[in-house]
Design a protein around this ligand. Sequence first.
Ligand code: CA
Length: 163
Amino acid sequence: MKTKVAIAGQRLVDSSITNEAPKGETSSVVVAVTKAKNLEFETTGKGATDFSVPEGKIMKPTFTTAKGKATDAITFVSASTLTSADISTGKGADTITFNGRMKGKTTVESGKGKDVIEVNRQSGKGKLILEDFNKKDTLIVGDETFTIDNIDDAPKFIKFPNA
Ligand SMILES: [Ca+2]
């Protein structure tokens, strides 16, 4: 079962969105606003998250998905601009996709599980910090794939402080 929430409009300031879906269900959230500042997304139950930003400016958002093994997807599509996000996705095999512009410093803690982080950012000077990138995780940048063995060859705007 899937619950779906779509938010559109001009501005979203200091809003919080909570995913209360139970285990086995996925909450699908689409935020397509011109500008969203300090958005706080949290999964309080064991349900999975499918969060996407098709367009607009998303500034300083926080994402905390289920701590357990839910499989989460967070996607920033090419028409979006992401500034300084904090993302934490728990134990499941999660996919985080950055396809838009990136600014500021975005931090990802993808947790345990075989996580895939995909980056195909357009221009922008943001940094991406992968806090807990480990041997189970995969980083895809454009058409190149990186694992813990070759992260030294990854683009320098991506940092691995604990790998
Ligand atoms: Ca994970």
